[in-house]
Design a protein around this ligand. Structure first.
Ligand code: PNS
Length: 164
């Protein structure tokens, strides 16, 4: 596999995402983590903030870079000569919608989708739950990378990222 794209909102990136990036990076020559700009859902972090966090998080990988896209993912793939989308599958509940999107993306542009089964350590994890738990004062250490934890603390005006 040459270049693969890992698309998402990453609001914020979680350790589950990071696990998928690492495993995709072990298979592909290059992995592009692509942040969706035109998301309808309200976000906690701006696209610029999410990209900044992601850039820090993927810095240790030699073959992972961050970009953003607007509109259809397959248009981004075509513009950049990308033939494969890589996504994590956490549970059967993800499957229906992911299958639909994968089939639609193939129908639209013959872009393949490859699924990596999420590490069971992170199978319950989502950005939405992390935001909810953190917003109400819960401890999300170990669920998101340190860089995301620090930004969550800043955004929510709290301190958990210092250690302990
Ligand atoms: O992290 P998310 O929000 O679950 O990621 C969803 C994402 C960005 C992968 C998906 O919504 C997407 O690909 N959006 C781009 C618009 C698009 O191509 N829609 C048609 C999908 S078949």
């Amino acid at each position: 596999m040459r270049t693969a794209v890992c698309p998402g909102s990453f609001d914020p990136v979680t350790n589950g995402h990071l696990d998928v990036f690492a495993r995709a990076a072990a298979m592909a020559d290059e992995v592009v983590v692509a942040v969706l700009v035109n998301k309808k859902k309200a976000s906690l972090f701006t696209v610029a903030e999410r990209i900044e966090i992601l850039n820090e998080v993927v810095a240790p990988f030699g073959n992972v870079r961050v970009d953003s896209f607007d509109g259809l993912l397959v248009d981004y793939c075509n513009e950049h000569g990308i033939k494969a989308i890589v996504k994590g599958l956490r549970a059967i509940s993800d499957f229906d919608y992911e299958l639909q999107m994968a089939q639609m993306n193939y129908r639209l542009a013959e872009v393949e989708t490859l699924f990596i089964t999420t590490n069971p350590l992170y199978s319950y994890l989502s950005s939405s739950l992390v935001k909810e738990v953190a917003t109400f004062g819960g401890d999300v250490r170990g669920l998101v990378p340190q860089q995301a934890l620090e930004r969550l603390d800043e955004k929510l005006g709290r301190t958990t990222s210092g250690g302990g």
